[in-house]
Write a protein that binds this ligand. Structure first.
Ligand SMILES: CC(C)(COP(=O)(O)OP(=O)(O)OC[C@H]1O[C@@H](n2cnc3c(N)ncnc32)[C@H](O)[C@@H]1OP(=O)(O)O)[C@@H](O)C(=O)NCCC(=O)NCCS
Length: 185
């Protein structure tokens, strides 16, 4: 299924809240902890993430703090994502720094899979990185078995770069340049 549709460039002040056709991306709030903790406690969601184990509430709290600290340190980061009409928590995604290289990430609650939300989120995250931060290139990484995540990368127009290792984990790395993204709008 194609999601291609012209994507207007984002304005520089688009950071705190961004809306797509179906999603609202906004800053995390302390009240999001319950939703975040429930998502990170789901073994299916965590299967291909880090050590593959579900996480407890303390880890979720640290993750929330780390997401906020990343925005402070780098000026870009991961948003809490909700479904626009219902306000329902979808997950999180956006950009983070992978040893200094911007990386697009998406992490959805299981009930939200299979709706095209990850691609919608990934696309606007790339737009934010290229339009607002003027990054030259954005990468994405996944464990090779995480075919759903790799499929999203491909739908975003990213291309395979290499198989490598980060944090001691075997991963595949995909990338897209600003020029490639512009051509795909
Ligand atoms: C990886 C992950 C984000 C992928 O989510 P996803 O829901 O499979 O991906 P998408 O949002 O792109 O949607 C997938 C399917 O939704 C379907 N879909 C339904 N309605 C749609 C719509 N309106 N528009 C587009 N696609 C739609 C499509 O069939 C699409 O699959 P296809 O492209 O093969 O046809 C999700 O599995 C996840 O959060 N996993 C746990 C965390 C994780 O592993 N994150 C990545 C770490 S590297």
């Amino acid at each position: 299924m194609s999601q291609k549709k012209p994507l207007a460039p984002l304005s520089p002040d688009a950071a705190r809240v961004i809306e797509t056709d179906r999603l609202r991306l906004r800053m995390f709030r302390p009240e999001d902890l319950n939703d975040l903790a429930a998502m990170l406690a789901d073994a299916d969601v965590m299967r291909y993430v880090e050590d593959g184990q579900p996480k407890d509430r303390d880890v979720a709290e640290k993750a929330l703090r780390s997401i906020m600290a990343h925005w402070q340190r780098h000026g870009f980061g991961r948003w809490a994502v909700e479904e626009k009409t219902s306000g329902e928590f979808v997950g999180f995604g956006g950009l983070r720094s992978l040893f200094g290289t911007p990386e697009v990430v998406y992490h959805l609650a299981k009930a939200q899979w299979g709706k095209g939300f990850a691609t919608e989120l990934g696309r606007v995250s790339l737009s934010y990185g290229f339009d607002v931060h003027r990054f030259a290139r954005i990468v994405a990484i996944a464990k090779p078995e995480n075919v759903d995540s790799i499929h999203v990368m491909e739908k975003l127009g990213m291309h395979f770069e290499m198989r490598t290792s980060y944090y001691g984990m075997d991963i595949v790395q995909y990338a897209i340049t600003a020029e490639e993204f512009e051509a795909s709008r």
